[in-house]
Ligand binder design. Structure first.
Ligand code: SAM
Length: 224
């Protein structure tokens, strides 16, 4: 459960250099980049691995609550880094064990993120469990806080009811606006997200449907 999870007091207190050692300025010891892409509930890490070469100049972070799954992804990334040591590939991805439904602003500054992925989130089918879903009004305000204006929330699921739930909540939120299917069709990440994750591959094998919805982070209205 949660109590063993550790959170930084603020994003500046995170030991990002441990996760992305290739992005540390040798002279100053400071990070040369910060995370701008987050995969929430990354599972076994397939999306991170496919996004890595597509966004080689961005730092990408998977957040996963299950210990063993997080350890598995860590090992997977270490192996990839070792096998690609000559090219320094996969240095831009890593994983953190964290409950993404809590303390996200402890990890990321306001407007830090450009993209947030929610791929095949746990559906929590029962009505009384809906509040456990990873997209709710309260959490959307937190996601809006860490996302920059023009940033994108990506969602994909094979559960129609969950898709409708995520669309409804995101559409109702004043800081998000749905992107068109034309936009989805030309976006490289949508293409990657449809096929990269382990859950997505499982759905593919079963020839199940995949429902995609993407939303842009609107400017925060000025209070006059
Ligand atoms: N995104 C991956 C994929 O598409 O293959 C995994 C999908 S899996 C159905 C949902 C994942 O979200 C699980 O690995 C679960 O442990 C993780 N998860 C659930 N709640 C979470 C939370 N609050 N914070 C971080 N991860 C969470």
């Amino acid at each position: 459960s949660d109590h063993q999870l550790e959170y930084p007091l603020s994003p500046d207190e995170m030991d990002w250099d441990r996760l992305y050692p290739h992005f540390v300025d040798e002279a100053t010891g400071a990070m040369t980049k910060e995370v701008t892409i987050a995969d929430i509930g990354c599972g076994f890490g397939g999306l991170l691995i496919d996004l890595s070469p597509a966004f080689a100049d961005k730092l990408i972070l998977g957040m996963e609550i299950r210990v063993q799954v997080t350890n598995y992804v860590e090992d997977r990334i270490i192996a990839l880094r070792t096998n690609h040591a000559e090219t320094n590939a996969y240095q831009n991805i890593n994983v953190l064990r964290a409950n993404s439904m809590k303390f996200l602003p402890n990890f990321f500054h306001k407007a830090q993120l450009e993209k947030m992925f929610f791929c095949f989130p746990d559906p929590h089918f029962k009505q009384r469990k809906h509040k456990a879903r990873i997209i709710t009004n309260t959490l959307l305000s937190e996601y809006a806080y860490v996302l920059k204006e023009g940033g994108v929330v990506y969602t994909i699921t094979d559960v129609l009811d969950l898709h409708e739930w995520m669309v409804k909540h995101l559409e109702e939120h004043p800081l998000f606006e749905r992107l068109s299917t034309e936009w989805e069709d030309q976006d490289e990440c949508v293409e990657i997200m449809r096929n990269a994750t382990e859950e997505g591959k499982k759905v593919e094998r079963k020839k199940g449907a995949k429902y995609v919805a993407c939303f842009t982070r609107l400017p925060t209205p000025e209070i006059v």
